[in-house]
Design a protein around this ligand. Structure first.
Ligand code: P6P
Length: 345
């Protein structure tokens, strides 16, 4: 009989201990996936440290074009990318990586052992917001290698989101939080900077079925389809007896998603005439967040299909994205299919 330890938010549980206890629910587990999650938590702490000092560096750096440590200041998202690659490339659990910051897949150096997983990530999403102190985030997705041979290949990366074995994000906000799932619920950990540990703060996150917030960039309204415009009017309570949602749009995906995950809401980035395939990336933005939101009782679609069922064809392919509270995503699916009468049901 597997003992499933149920933690409450008052338990002092580090992410490492939580990962080990989750691993115990899988007797066949080798510990490789747990190792990946440990290493990602370490990378998150290192990035958090850089993000926290970036503003200070910018202030000092703008005077002498150097940061506070006297180093030539790199672009923060390139720095975050380097931190993740260097933290993950030698653990022997990965056979390849893919990053928003790099055009092709990132191979594991020959002198390191290869493993059976692939890591896909956006090292620092929303980094343009750094200099105005808006929260930014790291997003990651883990899939199993499906090709033969030692090294990972593009085919290993181009798997539908339902094949993910783990996914998560880190939000560098008023506090640094790491939220992840391995298919056993979605769980949040808050970094205690005084001890440098991620502590369990949000066990078994559940997203409300109905939204409270609407996150959408209205400036593209004239470039949306008519169905998308109708959908947004519904969300705003202008088209039916749908409760008017409060508009909250930070312009940083992880910040908007995280608020809606905890409070209930819908993040919508429709395709538009400027971005006919949408703006957000399928493999390392939409897929991981879709895995998390479904584990929390929510949903995610591209307007017609469940995000996790989209069959990828390109590493950096984009997708329209409607993600959050289950009933709001279902309304999007109905209205974007032109089923206005059903939407009023
Ligand atoms: P727009 C940030 O650049 C980003 O990739 C996401 O974090 C964010 O949700 C989106 O783009 C914002 O896009 O077109 O509204 O500025």
């Amino acid at each position: 009989m597997l003992t499933v330890v149920k933690h409450t938010a008052t338990s002092v549980v580090t992410i490492e201990r939580f990962i080990i206890e989750e691993e115990r629910n899988h007797p066949e587990a080798t510990g490789e996936l747990s190792g990946i999650l440990y290493d990602l938590a370490l990378a998150a702490k290192m990035i958090a440290n850089k993000v926290r000092s970036a503003g200070l560096a910018d202030i000092l750096g703008s005077a002498e074009s150097e940061n506070v440590q006297g180093e030539v200041q790199q672009k923060l998202d390139i720095m975050a990318n380097e931190i993740i690659v260097k933290a993950m490339d030698h653990g022997g659990r990965l056979c390849a990586m893919a990053s928003e910051e790099e055009p092709g897949i990132i191979q594991i150096p020959e002198h390191f052992r290869c493993g059976k997983y692939c890591l896909l990530f956006d090292p620092l999403d929303g980094s343009s917001n750094i200099d105005v102190n808006v929260p930014v985030g790291t997003i990651f997705s883990v899939v199993r290698k499906i090709t033969r041979g030692r090294h990972g290949e593009l085919e290993d990366m181009l798997q539908p989101g339902r094949r993910q074995v783990a996914a998560g994000y880190v939000i560098y906000g008023s506090s640094t939080m790491l939220v992840y799932t391995t298919g056993q619920g979605a769980h949040g950990f808050t970094l205690d900077p005084s001890i440098g540990e991620f502590l369990l703060s949000h066990p078994n996150i559940r997203i409300p079925e109905n939204g409270r917030y609407l996150s959408v960039n209205d400036s593209y309204e004239n470039h949306w389809s008519e169905n998308a415009r109708t959908l947004m009017r519904h969300y705003k309570g202008l088209e039916s007896d749908h409760k008017a949602l409060s508009t909250r749009y930070v312009g940083s995906l992880v910040a908007d998603f995280h608020r809606n995950l905890l409070g209930g809401g819908i993040f919508a980035y429709p395709s538009n005439t400027k971005s006919p395939h949408g703006k957000l990336r399928l493999l390392y933005e939409a897929n991981p967040l879709a895995f998390i939101v479904e584990q929390a009782g929510g949903a995610a679609c591209d307007g017609t299909r469940r995000i996790l069922d989209v069959e990828p064809t390109e590493l950096h392919q984009r997708t329209p994205l409607y993600i959050g509270s289950k009933n709001e995503v279902e309304l999007a699916t109905r209205l974007l299919a032109g089923q206005r009468e059903l939407a009023l049901a």
